[in-house]
Design a protein around this ligand. Structure first.
Ligand SMILES: Cc1cc2nc3c(=O)[nH]c(=O)nc-3n(C[C@H](O)[C@H](O)[C@H](O)COP(=O)(O)OP(=O)(O)OC[C@H]3O[C@@H](n4cnc5c(N)ncnc54)[C@H](O)[C@@H]3O)c2cc1C
Length: 322
């Protein structure tokens, strides 16, 4: 049986989980076995119809008095217990922060193999997997062995497709046996970001600022340009480390992934860790004083000049457009 760890927000299944279920169904079909799922949190049982449409026969809803929020070790223990209760031969989670963290905990505790960010899986005694490394800039072909195989599915790479026979998954509640230490790390509270404007991940136009911007105050120039373009403002890690922008606005390997129609990186060199976050961009217009900067090589258009002159001029032209 293939056990899928499904994430949802108040009963609404996340897209990354539907993508994961699509790959999981392929794995289950290669193994000629069934699919089951495990969920945590309020509203878990409300997703039975959604999961049935993706081929999940049974949904195990984890219930525990002390488990009303995210707790990585407790989730991992619960997933391991559901896996052994159901005799799962494969456990699959979405390639989200939580999916990676929970399966990594479970794998380390049980001494099992885990492969993260998989795109394709061919089953056998050992599974052959194609998986993303370096934020998707490299593909790795790996073999995953062990009695139970654990894997996560790369986000935004597989199109989610319903399929399978189940009209609605059967729902069973599962009470895990947790220790104090399982609950020593738990979600305490969630704070909404105080950043205003269009969310980076959804913006059609993004203006990015790097070390070349020079100060927090100079980001006002980028904000003014962004306002004219209905754009979001992002930043490189260098600008975030300087304290000019909050971490919410960081684009890259350790920040947000953007996929706008137009990206305007200003004073950003184009380090590989930055480019990983904007590889979904359709068009790039770089503004940089250095014609040799890597970002210029990645760009469709480049203005080789001082951003402190170009950005206000461009904003003025846009303000005066008929
Ligand atoms: C594990 C790891 C994870 C990382 N994750 C990320 C990440 O998620 N996101 C990220 O961005 N980085 C990340 N980094 C850091 C990354 O390697 C770079 O150090 C960083 O992206 C550089 O930021 P920058 O381009 O703003 O600065 P710099 O590399 O210093 O580039 C500044 C650029 O500004 C140009 N410039 C200077 N003055 C002007 C001016 N007046 N007008 C126009 N151009 C000007 C310069 O020519 C230069 O190209 C990570 C690094 C590591 C090791």
């Amino acid at each position: 049986m293939v056990l899928c760890v499904v994430e949802h927000e108040n009963g609404e299944v996340e897209d990354s989980s539907f993508e994961m279920l699509t790959l999981a169904r392929d794995v289950a079909s290669q193994l000629d076995t069934s699919m089951e799922a495990v969920v945590f949190g309020d509203g878990g049982d409300a997703i039975a119809a959604d999961l049935g449409a993706y081929g999940v026969d049974t949904l195990h809803v984890v219930e525990h008095a002390d488990l009303d929020g995210y707790a990585p070790a407790a989730w991992a223990t619960s997933v391991s217990q559901v896996a052994s209760h159901t005799d799962a031969e494969t456990v699959i989670a979405p390639g989200t922060d939580r999916g990676h963290e929970v399966l990594a905990h479970a794998a380390a505790r049980e001494g099992l193999s885990m492969a993260a960010n998989c795109l394709e899986v061919t089953t056998g005694d050992a599974y052959e997997v194609t998986r993303q490394r370096w934020g998707g800039t490299l593909l790795e072909y790996a073999r995953l062995s062990g009695e139970t195989k654990l894997l996560t599915v790369a986000k935004n790479e597989i199109s989610a497709e319903p399929g399978g026979d189940s009209a609605e998954s059967a729902v069973e509640s599962f009470e895990p046996s947790l220790s104090e230490s399982d609950l020593s790390v738990r979600l305490d509270r969630v704070e909404e970001s105080d950043e205003e404007g269009i969310p980076l991940g959804e913006a059609r136009v993004v203006v990015g600022g790097g070390r070349g911007v020079g100060s927090a105050e100079d980001f006002d120039k980028l904000e003014a340009l962004a306002e004219e373009l209905d754009a979001a403002v992002g930043a490189s890690r260098a600008a975030v480390n300087e304290g000019w922008r909050s971490h919410d606005s960081q684009i890259g390997q350790t920040g947000a992934k953007i996929s706008p129609h137009l990206y305007i990186p200003c004073g950003i060199s184009g380090a590989v860790q930055h480019m990983v976050g904007c590889k979904g961009t359709e068009h790039t217009l770089a503004i940089n004083t250095d014609p040799e900067a890597a970002i210029v090589g990645h760009a469709d258009y480049a203005v080789i000049a001082d951003l402190h002159e170009v950005v206000p001029e461009l904003t003025e032209v846009l303000q005066n457009r008929p």
